[in-house]
Design a protein around this ligand. Structure first.
Ligand code: NAI
Ligand code: MG
Length: 326
């Protein structure tokens, strides 16, 4: 069966790391058709539009999308693209690699972040001069969907515990509903789970990340707690992510276009290649995904490494080393 993969490199280092991920997917010799789409700052400068309809249609029609990064137009590109693929779950694995000198070398956490509502619903108002409001939307349906996704993910990926982050003691209506729904779902799975107030959870994540497996979060909490955990394991060059919907999904590194290093062939391609591994898992190529992860981990251990990890190798050299191991 042929899968169509939309590839949207975008701006800055997106142009450098996306071809690396495509080269890795091509090396696996699967039945993938790659179709390239344009988006981002450079395109906006040229045409006045950061995300043209053709690119939206490409992502909507594809079996999966690989996205690099956009620059200043990121919000106009990434948010609509996540929407186009109907993603409700943002999956962000944060793990440390033994060979790297991380703040917390024993971290293996997957944040499952609600991707459609909460304080990112976009309902804001200027009520008066000097007074602005924001409406936080929480629905039972979206809460159930994200928590079921989180528990199913935990089971499928051999995590033996799930943590539900919330602040229901203060946001009694909205997080009250989220927590109540989460507990109902949690009780229906035979897997241990805890609920945790998100502020205290932030401290525990820094001090004892080894105590956590899958962490299911409302939108803003997931955004912040996963970035916090990223700081524990060695930086943005390592972090992949998936935006998953019912039928479609988009895979992207957590990092942006990195204008400070763009064009220098020094960007770490690991985050993007690991995002491609998540794409493989999504399309049920589990063995191939594992092989890609093993190749990346081997290169992280033995080198070559890009400058963000203390090495002096180029993006191309690291990509070649991953391809050699594959
Ligand atoms: P950034 O992630 O682009 O860079 C932050 C720092 O990390 C920089 O010093 C950069 O050199 C380094 N870095 C990031 N990825 C790296 C990699 N693969 N290898 C080595 N070093 C890496 O975030 P920043 O600087 O806040 O934003 C730059 C631009 O990217 C902005 O225009 C922003 O809007 C956009 N952005 C886009 C995102 C997206 O498209 N999903 C996400 C975050 C930012
Ligand atoms: Mg963020």
């Amino acid at each position: 069966m042929t899968h169509e993969i939309a590839v949207i490199p975008g701006d800055g280092i997106g142009q450098e790391v996306t071809p690396a991920a495509v080269a890795v997917l091509e090396a696996l010799d699967l039945n993938f058709d790659f179709v390239e789409g344009e988006a981002g700052d450079a395109l906006k400068e040229e045409t006045g539009e950061a995300l043209p309809q053709e690119t939206r249609d490409l992502a909507a029609a594809a079996d999966a999308t690989l996205f690099g990064a956009a620059g200043e137009t990121a919000a106009d590109v990434v948010l609509p693209l996540r929407d186009v693929v109907g993603s409700f779950a943002n999956v962000r694995p944060v793990r440390s690699y033994p060979a790297l000198d991380a703040v917390q070398p024993d971290t293996d956490i997957v944040f499952i972040r609600e991707n459609t509502e909460g304080v990112y619903s976009g309902i804001e108002a200027a009520v008066d001069d000097g007074v602005r409001t924001l409406t936080r939307v929480v629905t039972e349906d979206a809460s159930r969907e994200i928590v079921e996704f989180g528990f199913t993910y935990a089971k499928r990926n051999d995590f033996d515990d799930v943590t539900i982050a919330h602040k229901a003691n203060v946001m009694q209506e909205t997080d009250g509903l989220f927590l109540e729904t989460a507990q109902e779902v949690g009780d229906s799975f035979d897997i241990d789970y805890d609920t945790a107030l998100m502020d205290a959870l932030a401290m525990h994540l820094v001090m004892t990340p080894e105590d956590y497996g899958v962490v299911v979060c409302p939108n803003l909490a997931g955004d912040m707690l996963s970035d916090l955990a990223a700081g524990l394991v060695g930086g943005l060059g390592l972090l992949p992510s998936a935006n998953v919907g019912e039928e479609n999904a988009l895979f992207e590194p957590v990092h942006g276009s990195a204008p400070d290093i763009a064009g220098e062939d020094v960007a770490n391609p690991s985050a993007m290649i690991l995002s491609a591994a998540m794409l493989l898992d999504h399309l049920d190529y589990g063995d191939e995904a594992a092989a890609v992860r093993e190749a990346v981990e081997g290169v992280l251990t033995d080198g070559p490494r890009t400058p963000d990890l203390g090495g002096d190798a180029s993006t191309d050299a690291v990509t070649e080393a991953v391809l050699d191991r594959l």
